[in-house]
Design a protein around this ligand. Structure first.
Ligand code: HEM
Length: 290
């Protein structure tokens, strides 16, 4: 079973032109298997989570009842990105599995929305949010080691509570970033092969072989995104993650959930008001929202 489709170019050379479309099913089944195995593991085998007690005692009354987690801008970005991602997946893959329609125009329009929203997100996250909060830090790596040891029945101290994002979320972000950026960069170049409102069509921009590689990379990133998005939606729907999902709709999470899972030293509460509380005025553990 060849994962690529091949053709013969005008110079009689054999070149790869697309991925083989059975990879759509491989990705969908891989995503489904992950979901099933994870759900069984959590239901029947996982032990209740244990965290190291907070290093500094926390006074719950100092934490607001609703802890702000995602600003309106960050939420708007997330849902615009989600809508464009789903449109891209459906417009790309439905025709390949038998539902024929004129998909290319919808596809590049959704691709352009995704591209602009990601450009916006990069600027927003770099200059207006806590850029490093989504990258693994030393405590995450130490705690990953502790969690593996404890899982295998060895003795190790419990991990610390999480910062704003657990390690799993940070790793997921890195994976979706790699697949998403590959699809975007190749997709923007592939727009030169079709008629769009942005630039004149120019199919001679690259050599045939470069175009072939671009289509193959675009396809691989695309099927990778099928599995990644399935896993993302599954976690968003899991009962123990519901507080996080709701915070992506309403912007905040309950104090109880915050204190149960998050370490106020690693993720200080952000100020909920639109008139920001300066660091000097803010009580211990409170800082401005990004
Ligand atoms: C979730 C993300 C995406 C998925 C799953 C996806 C999937 C696909 C697939 C499977 C194809 C057919 C490739 C082939 O024939 O070998 C394709 C073509 C294409 N995609 Fe995407 N894509 C995504 C993102 C994007 C983005 C962000 C853009 C633009 C910025 C884009 C623009 C295009 C264009 C212009 C074509 C070529 C159409 C043609 O040559 O007929 N795609 N996409």
């Amino acid at each position: 079973m060849d994962p690529l489709q091949w053709a013969i170019d005008p110079w009689e050379k054999i070149v790869p032109i697309h991925i083989a479309w059975f990879l759509i099913w491989v990705a969908a089944i891989a995503g489904l298997l992950f979901v099933i195995v994870h759900a069984i593991f959590v239901r029947y085998f996982a032990r209740p989570r244990q965290f190291e007690p907070d290093a500094a005692p926390v006074v719950p009354a100092q934490i607001p009842e609703r802890v702000p987690r995602h600003s309106l801008t960050a939420r708007a970005f997330h849902w615009i990105m989600a809508a464009s991602m789903f449109t891209l997946l459906f417009t790309a893959f439905l025709p390949k599995v038998g539902f024929q329609f004129d998909w290319v125009t919808y596809h590049w329009i959704a691709g352009s929305v995704l591209t602009f929203s990601i450009l916006f997100h990069i600027i927003h996250a770099s200059f207006f949010m806590d850029f490093w909060s989504i990258w693994p830090d030393k405590i995450d790596l130490r705690d990953a080691g502790r969690r593996i040891l404890r899982f295998m029945g060895n003795s190790a101290p419990p991990p610390d509570k999480f910062a704003k994002y657990p390690l799993e979320n940070k790793l997921y972000h890195a994976a979706i970033m790699a697949a998403g950026l590959s699809a975007i960069v190749t997709g923007v170049f592939m727009m030169f092969r079709v008629r769009t409102i942005f630039f004149p069509r120019n199919p001679y921009l690259f050599s045939d072989m470069t175009w072939c590689m671009m289509y193959v990379l675009h396809g691989l990133a695309g099927v990778g995104l099928i599995a990644l998005i399935m896993v993302h939606v599954y976690f968003g729907l899991r009962p123990e993650k519901r507080a996080i999902t709701k915070s992506m709709i309403f912007g905040s999470m309950s104090r109880d959930f915050y204190l149960k899972e998050h370490d106020p030293q690693r993720w200080p509460v952000e100020s909920p008001t639109s008139s920001p509380v300066s660091k000097e005025e803010a009580p211990e553990g409170l800082r401005d929202a990004g």
